[in-house]
Design a protein around this ligand. Structure first.
Ligand code: ATP
Length: 248
């Protein structure tokens, strides 16, 4: 196994005994920007939450850098969908980024100069210096996104899981986010991004994972993001039934 790989083997996750993910296995590596694609309800969020240790799996194993991952680890940061975040939570941008740092502190170590520098550098990397004392409720969508990315950087996460980060952003913020993803990939981060806009996949992502409850395909965008695989991913049983004239 590649030493900087994130490897999923036979992951099955169910909600109230109804499987949302069936026997998912694939491997991705640091320095890749991976699109997680599939129709509504395909299990994209469930897969990201499983990797973040926020959802319990029924079976399967996850390895990162050759070590088994059980539960949450600061190496893997999850950035929720915008709608899932309580933007009224009273914290400044700086306060939010500091939270990422606290995840790295053991109970025996207090917040010190090294942590302050890590927070400063994460804020600078995301161009948030002038906004650091602003409440997160008073940020634009793109700025909120950057604030959460800065938190992940302060946490020194190697794997960044982004749940539909492009949704609801205006064009300049989308362009800015594309650039940021490219920079983070260049720094060797592994980015796994759930995404809905098929037209921009080739431009942004070098790898794709096509999901519809089960894994349809995973690999390099050029080889895997084909019309046939896209069709297999997005056709649902309902559509198939309609296509064949079956009454449902
Ligand atoms: P979308 O693109 O709509 O965000 P998704 O691909 O992220 O969808 P998930 O949110 O992971 O899909 O959902 C996968 C399946 O699991 C769906 O059938 C959904 O209804 C179900 N599900 C998700 N969360 C829960 C939950 N907390 N309890 C019960 N079922 C759930």
């Amino acid at each position: 196994m590649h030493s900087h790989a994130l490897q999923l083997q036979n992951i099955t996750v169910s909600y109230a005994r109804i499987p949302a993910l069936h026997h998912i296995s694939f491997e991705v590596c640091c320095g890749q920007c991976v699109a997680l694609l599939g129709p509504n309800g395909a299990g994209k969020t469930t897969l990201l939450k499983t990797l973040a240790g926020l959802v319990e799996r029924e079976s399967g194993t996850i390895h990162f850098h050759g070590r088994e991952v059980r539960g949450a680890t600061p190496d893997i940061a999850y950035l929720p969908q915008r709608g899932q975040i309580d933007w009224d939570f009273p914290t400044t941008v700086r306060g939010l980024v500091e939270m990422g740092r606290y995840l790295r502190l053991g109970w025996w170590r207090t917040y010190g100069e090294k942590d302050k520098l890590a927070v400063d550098s994460a804020i600078a990397a995301m161009n948030l210096e002038s906004l650091q004392e602003r409440q997160i409720s008073a940020l634009s969508g793109g700025q909120q996104q950057r604030a959460f990315l800065a938190r992940a950087l302060a946490q020194e996460a190697h794997v960044l899981l982004l749940d539909e980060p492009f949704t609801g952003l205006d064009k300049p913020s989308q362009d800015n986010l594309k650039l940021t993803l490219r920079q983070l990939r260049g720094q060797g981060k592994l980015l796994i991004v759930s995404h809905h806009d098929l037209a921009s996949v080739r431009e942004i992502f070098d790898r794709v994972v096509l999901l519809n409850g089960e894994l349809i395909a995973a690999g390099e965008t050029a080889g895997v993001f084909t019309e046939e695989n896209i069709h297999r991913t997005y056709e649902t049983r309902v559509f198939a039934a309609v296509d064949h004239g079956v009454a449902i």
